[in-house]
Design a protein around this ligand. Structure first.
Ligand code: TRP
Length: 453
């Protein structure tokens, strides 16, 4: 039996570290705090937590369940659990989505590596906001160095993925995730000691319920989705490596908790830091690459804390990119009988082509556009606004209406050996709330709601 020698995570904690590693990424450390800042602080936080519970947990549980039940990569998983073989296209869409996300995600991971390097050689020192801004712009849109960093990140990824699920991904995540949390806690303590830190916290946590509107609610839902890496095959693939005795509801809740905790903590780093220097907290991508170096510059111990921050950003991005590569690798290995190493190398090669195009599309000497968007933005748009929501709705419908009920019960209760009091509520949300909520996000993100304003 082919399934006998299928890869597995060696331990529960290792699986949780790997899945949380996929979820925790640039979305948590950069995007979440900045969205909270723009959308009403404490009220956004509350809405986000509600979204994670009502949408994130059900969809992630559904994906992990599909993975473990079928013991296959997404294409094999949906194909084998349904009578109608067309469901395999949902799996294929997830894999394609992961591959395309790789196109821009590796590039940004490359930027964070460049900033680790710049922090090491102490090149932020003595620069003001304007010159740091120029440094960022020169790097991203005038030089070719991003390509080198991106290829380096790809190489590191390939190295880890070739080593396999247990010896590569699991072992790496088990070391990196605690390290990441430790670095975050050190940074939080440091920035809380800054002058005016409390103002940042107040800005971050004070709810502004008067500003809450449907768009803010829907963008919190969308962010929860992106941050948890759901709707695109990652959790199906990781779920397929989960041991038969693991409690799926419990593991899902733990992964979701870690991801949400880290997003919230990132806000406790960014806002006090930004407020202590009187900087606009809604500065977008530059908040991390321009504003923060500026903050580190002016604080005692800034060299060390700046370095720690960019190491943190890089590690968070790396555990996410690994999951992207694993999803595609598992597919090639199982459906095309590739050797793991060959599959990884082929993918590294293919990914490097779209990554180079992505990096070049931000360079002012190149005009790589798809419609009105440059290649980088186009990949981001297609994946997070179309593939992910559609994938999320389909997995919810699949588990609610297509998959065998008995099989779901067996998966959730480990063949009757576990009591699951919460599972019926989660399945209820999956069936009724999730498809509707994602459909609304989908319409909103395509800009359809703006017509009603
Ligand atoms: N969850 C990641 C983050 O917060 C982003 C992401 C979404 C992702 N889908 C993914 C990462 C798939 C890797 C694979 O940054």
């Amino acid at each position: 039996m082919e399934q006998e020698n299928r890869a597995k995570f060696g331990s529960k904690i290792g699986m949780i570290a790997a899945a949380a590693g996929s979820a925790v990424g640039l979305g948590n450390i950069w995007k979440f705090p900045y969205m909270a800042g723009q959308n009403g602080g404490g009220s956004f936080l509350l809405i986000y937590i509600m979204s994670v519970i009502m949408l994130g947990i059900p969809v992630m549980l559904a994906e992990i369940l599909v993975g473990r039940s079928s013991q296959k990569n997404p294409v094999g998983a949906y194909g084998s659990l349904a009578k109608n073989k067309n469901w395999k296209w949902v799996g294929l869409m997830g894999i394609l989505c992961a591959f395309l996300i790789g196109g821009f995600y590796y590039v940004v991971a490359g930027w964070s590596l460049e900033y680790v390097f710049q922090a090491i050689i102490n090149s932020f020192e003595g620069q003001d906001a304007a010159s740091l801004d120029a440094m960022y712009t020169n790097f991203v849109s005038k030089s070719y160095t991003p390509i080198i960093w991106t290829l380096l990140v790809l190489g590191i990824n390939a190295f880890i993925v070739i080593k396999g699920v247990e010896k590569g991904i699991e072992r790496f995540s088990k070391i990196m995730m605690p390290l990441l949390i430790l670095i975050m806690l050190i940074l939080v303590i440091r920035v809380l000691l800054l002058e005016n830190a409390m103002e940042g916290i107040v800005f971050y946590l004070t709810p502004h319920f008067d500003t809450v509107n449907s768009e803010i609610i829907l963008s919190a839902l969308g962010q929860a989705f992106f941050s948890l890496s759901i709707g695109m095959g990652v959790m199906v693939t990781y779920g397929s490596y989960v041991g038969k005795t693991q409690n799926l509801v419990k593991s899902t809740s733990q992964i979701v908790f870690i991801d949400t905790f880290i997003a919230i903590i990132a806000g406790f780093i960014i806002f006090p830091a930004v407020f202590s220097l009187n900087i606009d907290p809604t500065g977008g991508p530059k908040l991390v690459f321009v504003t923060l170096p500026c903050v580190f510059n002016q604080m005692f111990g800034g060299y060390l804390f700046g370095l720690l921050f960019f190491v943190l950003l890089f590690l968070a991005a790396l555990t996410s990119t690994i999951s992207i590569m694993e999803v595609c690798t598992a597919f090639l290995v199982e459906n095309f009988k590739f050797e793991r190493k060959k599959a990884t190398l082929l993918l590294t090669f293919l990914t490097s082509i779209i990554c180079v195009l992505c990096a070049l599309s931000l360079n002012e000497n190149f005009h790589i556009y798809i419609g009105e968007l440059n290649f980088f933005d186009a990949l981001d748009y297609i994946t997070s606004k179309i593939f992910m929501p559609v994938g999320g709705i389909l997995v919810a419908l699949f588990v609610s209406f297509v998959m065998d009920k008995k099989r779901i019960q067996n998966e959730l209760t480990n063949h009757g050996t576990l009591k699951q009091t919460l599972a019926p509520y989660i399945l209820f949300l999956l069936k009724y709330f999730v498809p509707l909520a994602i459909f609304m996000i989908f319409l909103n993100e395509l800009g359809l709601f703006s017509y009603f304003k």
